[in-house]
Design a protein around this ligand. Structure first.
Ligand SMILES: C[S@@+](CC[C@H](N)C(=O)[O-])C[C@H]1O[C@@H](n2cnc3c(N)ncnc32)[C@H](O)[C@@H]1O
Length: 203
């Protein structure tokens, strides 16, 4: 099936190098499973997962969580150059004009079977299913991730993968992931060049 919006067209912060790292991860996954993405924005990384799983003939369910609220930087006019220069994809004008990020997410993912839940995650959020893969790309600061990563680690099946974006010193991701690795005695896998994908397999 040809989709109206391929990964390459969707605005967001997922790079081509992230895409190829993801294809390496996808190759290691079983044929069926359930992926949870936390922090989807307009769906660029979501569609990357969907495209790569489909291309690998894997039948996976995808669920996305996001608050789809105001995005820092996008609601100031003009949008600062440091934000603009980091957005990939097309349709950038639509992003700059948007009033409802969830509506845009639904537009870009309309012809795919992707479930979305609009919620602001915190520890009180109830999630009962044990997952095969959880991809965390929401807040990038250490204090938040020190709460979120152990929470999501506990929602993984044995053999499942907790992974995320932006592993580097520019954010708190590297420190928080390092702490989780130490606390759980697990092994870190880095899947792409500087500031990209990290992954941990749950024993
Ligand atoms: C860096 S953007 C995600 C980029 C996206 N994965 C892409 O491919 O372009 C971070 C997203 O996380 C969401 N977010 C941040 N904190 C959150 C929270 N506590 N609960 C739910 N969503 C959150 C924001 O609304 C935003 O859409």
């Amino acid at each position: 099936m040809i989709h109206k919006f391929p990964f390459i067209d969707i605005p967001g912060f997922f790079e081509d190098t992230d895409y190829s790292a993801l294809s390496d991860i996808v190759r290691t996954l079983p044929d069926t499973g359930h992926l949870l993405e936390v922090g989807s924005l307009f769906g660029r990384s979501t569609v990357a997962w969907d495209e790569l799983l489909t291309a690998a003939n894997k039948q996976w369910k995808i669920t996305c969580i996001d608050r789809w609220g105001k995005i820092p930087g996008f609601h100031t006019h003009p949008v600062p150059e440091r934000i603009l220069s980091t957005i990939r994809g097309n349709d950038i004008k639509e992003v700059l004009d948007h009033r409802d990020a969830h509506k845009l997410f639904r537009k870009y993912t309309a012809d795919r079977s992707i479930r979305s839940i609009r919620v602001e995650w915190d520890e009180n959020f109830v999630w009962n299913e044990q997952m095969d893969v959880i991809f965390e790309d929401s807040e990038h600061d250490k204090a938040y991730l020190d709460r979120a990563l152990p929470y999501w680690w506990n929602k993984l099946k044995p053999g499942g993968v907790l992974c995320g974006h932006d592993y580097c010193e520019d954010f708190g991701v590297k420190e928080a992931v390092t702490k989780l690795v130490e606390d759980t005695g697990s092994e870190l896998e880095l899947w792409a060049p500087y500031c990209s994908i990290w992954a941990i397999h749950k024993p």
